[in-house]
Design a protein around this ligand. Structure first.
Ligand code: ZN
Length: 245
């Protein structure tokens, strides 16, 4: 079980809806069956809130917070995010034979693609609504931000950059309750966004977002680009050595 150390100061606060692309990338980069990787992910991003019912701790001087989470539920939640994300990335790339896609051998060839899109929507809808546990589906909580103000509900959200001299402006905030919900909502946004695609990094398992105007990006980060180049150089050197007369 993951338990929050209440004696420790929270290291940082982040706006999960703003950082959701980075969150999705990191969530898909790790192997959920690896204990160490799972722990460092939770240490960095916080408890996923995967266990049902959620373990909320309420004290007199604080608002309720998520105090513990199941390791197994966390692993299953990340596996689900990874599976759904890879499925969407395969649809975006038109890789209809990808192993990330469910088996379609029983579906007539001409209907495969639309069946895979339909099944993806159904699977994501199930994950968003959690119909097997009524009342626990993802909830979006719209909030209204105001630039230059100190509204208590939005104090932790970084407002959009305001131009100097302009009068205060409202801006939308979409709040969700847990990190798992953020990941699911991010997949929902990815599926609807016609100008970006979800793509798997050529070097690591991470899924990252590419803009349609920068379609040639194939690595999630510079670190992966360099590591890939290095690996190729080493392989070439080995091959040269092997074929030396
Ligand atoms: Zn990568």
């Amino acid at each position: 079980m993951f338990v929050v150390d209440v004696t420790a100061e929270p290291s940082s606060i982040y706006d999960a809806m703003v950082e959701s692309p980075a969150l999705l990338q990191q969530a898909t980069a790790i192997d959920p069956s690896d204990h160490g990787a799972l722990l460092s992910f939770v240490q960095r991003w916080g408890l996923l809130g995967a266990a049902r019912p959620a373990h909320i701790r309420v004290s007199a001087d604080q608002r309720g917070f998520l105090a513990a989470d199941s390791v197994r539920a966390t692993r299953l939640a990340l596996q689900q995010i990874k599976a759904l994300g890879s499925w969407l990335a395969a649809i975006h790339a038109g890789r209809w034979r990808s192993r990330a896609l469910p088996d379609t051998s029983h579906i007539p060839r001409r209907q495969k693609r639309s069946a895979l899109r339909f099944a993806f929507a159904t699977a994501l809808n199930d994950a968003l609504a959690r119909p097997w546990a009524p009342g626990t589906g993802v909830r979006l909580l719209p909030q209204l931000g105001l630039t230059g103000s100190d509204l208590p509900v939005v104090r932790q959200v970084v407002p959009p950059a305001a131009k100097a001299g302009r009068r205060p402006a409202f801006y939308p905030i979409m709040a969700v309750a847990t990190v798992q919900d953020v990941l699911l909502v991010e997949l929902w946004k990815r599926a609807m966004d016609p100008r970006h695609r979800l793509r798997q990094c050529r070097h690591c398992p991470a899924l990252f977002i590419v803009s349609d105007t920068r379609r040639n990006r194939v690595f999630c980060s510079d670190a992966c680009r360099f590591a890939f180049r290095e690996r190729r150089r080493k392989a070439a050197r080995r091959a040269r050595r092997r074929y030396r007369p």
